[in-house]
Design a protein around this ligand. Structure first.
Ligand SMILES: *[C@@H]1O[C@H](CO)[C@@H](O)[C@H](O)[C@H]1NC(C)=O
Ligand SMILES: *[C@@H]1O[C@H](CO)[C@@H](O)[C@H](O)[C@H]1NC(C)=O
Ligand SMILES: *[C@@H]1O[C@H](CO)[C@@H](O)[C@H](O)[C@H]1NC(C)=O
Ligand SMILES: *[C@@H]1O[C@H](CO)[C@@H](O)[C@H](O)[C@H]1NC(C)=O
Ligand SMILES: *[C@@H]1O[C@H](CO)[C@@H](O)[C@H](O)[C@H]1NC(C)=O
Ligand SMILES: *[C@@H]1O[C@H](CO)[C@@H](O)[C@H](O)[C@H]1NC(C)=O
Ligand SMILES: *[C@@H]1O[C@H](CO)[C@@H](O)[C@H](O)[C@H]1NC(C)=O
Ligand SMILES: *[C@@H]1O[C@H](CO)[C@@H](O)[C@H](O)[C@H]1NC(C)=O
Length: 544
């Protein structure tokens, strides 16, 4: 029957004729015919109704319902405030839900009539006070700005909560803390300091697994008052959990929480006592702070062995002690880059020995990690006795071999370098400095008013640097980020100290006007082709 219907649709005339010939002559014939014609009319009606509905939907979608408006983002913007900026805190997060990351920063207001309508006095502070501000990443308009503290604060955003509307923890140097919702600036909790008056907080706060089993992650605050003390802070309320614990050493660097491949947590801190890298198992800290044991927290004897062996080997030829420890997300696990006064080592907790130890390095600023080739990570180290004789060295992370080296003088107080992953699985590296010399013999002229410049480097064109910017003001904070889903990188600069200026640039726009610096003696074949190479890069918003 169905086959016949189909046939009828394909050859309506022929079929009718055929049917007429074949149909049996009898009393049922007329009834069958009228049924048939009614059916085909129904079918035609159904066809036209559905066609009409389809067209209606197309019409509604294309003309009546407006397209979702693509957020229009200004290519560059700058905002100036009267006040001073000294805190190198610059965080990005989508606060107004326009799919463009917005910018959070803190400055000290001297005149609060220009930004928020909350004055320092409104919040019970005397002027000047610290103001936290959120600016739209799209155009720099103020989303919110509020006085948050009397004095300088350390800030950490994105801790403790989901990505949208995260929690920022502000810690004063004397240890009082408050949690602020990043989307509104409203306070979630605040706690006065329980530290002594002479104590100072070691930045950053460490995010701990849930220590008090209330479903919210907790925080570890290390403070120094002669010796280092640790306090576990509840992420839900800001109250101290258990009691403060003296760690019995004097710290000199930034603390770090390391997770071994066995799932054990260790707090690491470069310490002056024994000029070493001190390590405490979180299991032990938890036990001493709360007075009970929890099977959630483990120790890792194998890692402790490796750690002890590496640290003692590093100290063998290092009178200057250990300065920093940097976390590296390796292919398999978290690895640690340990920076000593005159050496550098990579520690992997799956191997008994350090992966490599490099002598005769003097690291000026925190090393950064990026991809030199796809699947081949590199460490960018600023090496030298001072900024004038600085060289940038790129080491292969797996081998410790030098991949690239360039004499590249800088000025004291220059911002740290940065890297950003590109879609072709490399990284772009950003360095601050004075125009690099092609011959190492060249003496550096660095007059105090010389502008700092920002350079970009891509490993596929190792013979060139592109100068993106000249900045004569002091750069307090610098970030290279992908603010929009567009895969274009953006540079954010907080300059100061007085007045405060926050500037956003698109990297691609800077490339158009940038100056190509050839590191080889010979001139490039085609400047245009190399500039194009930089210009066509697409970026990923993930950390290496
Ligand atoms: C901010 O100040 C800088 C110079 O200090 C100026 O170039 C820029 O145009 C100013 N921005 C605004 C929005 O006024
Ligand atoms: C604060 O800024 C306003 C307007 O910009 C200005 O009139 C006033 O004099 C400033 N006050 C101080 C103390 O700088
Ligand atoms: C200023 O205060 C008014 C109410 O007092 C409020 O509606 C407005 O949003 C505030 N503006 C800013 C920028 O905080
Ligand atoms: C800036 O962008 C926001 C949306 O992100 C918009 O609401 C605001 O009106 C814009 N301001 C200006 C001055 O264009
Ligand atoms: C590592 O060294 C520390 C102090 O130097 C010591 O307390 C600890 O027992 C050592 N760990 C191992 C596994 O040897
Ligand atoms: C690092 O810098 C120091 C001091 O300038 C120098 O002696 C050393 O050779 C450099 N290291 C490397 C690996 O180039
Ligand atoms: C460095 O350059 C100066 C001239 O600018 C020259 O006199 C000197 O011999 C050079 N030194 C070396 C080691 O090449
Ligand atoms: C920076 O300044 C130098 C010297 O004044 C100039 O040659 C160069 O083109 C400037 N670079 C940029 C990116 O504007």
């Amino acid at each position: 029957m169905e086959g016949k219907d189909l046939e009828a649709e394909i050859h309506p005339l022929k079929n009718e004729e055929g049917q007429e010939q074949k149909a049996p002559v009898g009393p049922g014939k007329e009834a069958a015919e009228s049924l048939h014609s009614r059916l085909s009319r129904c079918r035609a009606a159904a066809f036209f109704i559905s066609l009409f509905l389809c067209l209606l939907v197309v019409f509604v979608v294309s003309f009546i319902i407006p397209c979702p408006e693509r957020p229009a983002s200004q290519r560059a913007w700058s905002v100036n405030f009267s006040g001073t900026a000294t805190l190198s805190f610059l965080a990005t997060e989508d606060i107004d839900n326009d799919k463009i990351q917005d910018v959070l920063f803190i400055y000290t207001s001297t005149n609060d009539s220009d930004l928020s309508n909350h004055s320092c006095a409104d919040q019970g502070f005397s002027s000047p006070c610290s103001i936290m501000a959120a600016l739209s990443g799209a155009n720099g308009s103020v989303l919110w700005a509020k006085p948050v503290a009397q004095d300088k604060v350390l800030a950490d955003c994105g801790l403790l909560s989901p990505k949208s509307c995260s929690t920022c923890i502000l810690t004063s140097l004397s240890g009082s803390m408050q949690a602020i919702k990043s989307c509104t600036g409203n306070s979630l909790w605040s706690q006065l300091s329980s530290l002594g008056s002479k104590a100072s907080v070691l930045s950053p706060l460490l995010l701990l697994p849930d220590m008090d089993a209330d479903g919210v992650l907790d925080l570890l605050m290390l403070s120094q008052n002669g010796q280092v003390h640790s306090s576990v802070i509840s992420g839900r309320t800001g109250f101290q959990i258990g009691h403060q614990l003296s760690l019995g050493v004097e710290g000199v660097g930034r603390p770090l929480l390391h997770l071994t491949s066995m799932g054990a947590y260790y707090v690491l801190l470069p310490c002056r006592t024994s000029r070493s890298l001190c390590s405490w198992s979180l299991k032990e800290i938890h036990k001493q702070v709360t007075g009970r044991e929890d099977t959630v927290f483990k120790g890792d004897a194998l890692w402790e062995d490796t750690f002890n062996a590496t640290v003692s080997r590093l100290l063998l030829h290092n009178s200057g002690g250990i300065h920093q420890v940097v976390r590296v997300l390796g292919a398999r696990t978290e690895e640690l880059l340990v920076v000593a006064a005159e050496a550098l080592a990579l520690l992997s907790d799956q191997e008994q020995e350090p992966r490599w130890i490099l002598g005769s390095t003097r690291v000026l600023r925190t090393p950064i990690i990026g991809n030199y080739k796809p699947q081949a990570k590199a460490v960018a180290v600023e090496n030298g006795t001072n900024d004038k004789d600085r060289q940038i060295l790129l080491f292969g992370l797996d081998s410790g071999a030098i991949l690239w080296r360039q004499a590249f003088p800088s000025l004291p107080g220059a911002p740290e370098s940065a890297s950003l992953l590109t879609a072709d699985s490399h990284s772009v590296f950003f360095f601050w400095g004075l125009p690099p010399s092609t011959s190492t013999n060249q003496t550096v002229q660095a007059p105090q008013d010389a502008p700092h410049s920002l350079y970009m480097f891509h490993p596929t064109v190792p013979g060139f640097l592109l100068e993106l910017l000249n900045v004569s003001a002091q750069v307090v904070a610098f970030r290279v980020v992908v603010l929009e889903p567009s895969r274009h990188a953006t540079i954010l600069l907080l300059t100061g100290p007085s007045p405060v200026s926050l500037v956003k640039y698109k990297v691609r726009d800077l490339i158009q006007h940038g100056r190509l610096v050839s590191l080889q003696k010979s001139k490039p074949d085609s400047e245009l082709a190399i500039r194009d190479r930089f210009s066509r890069l697409r970026y990923l918003n993930t950390k290496a």
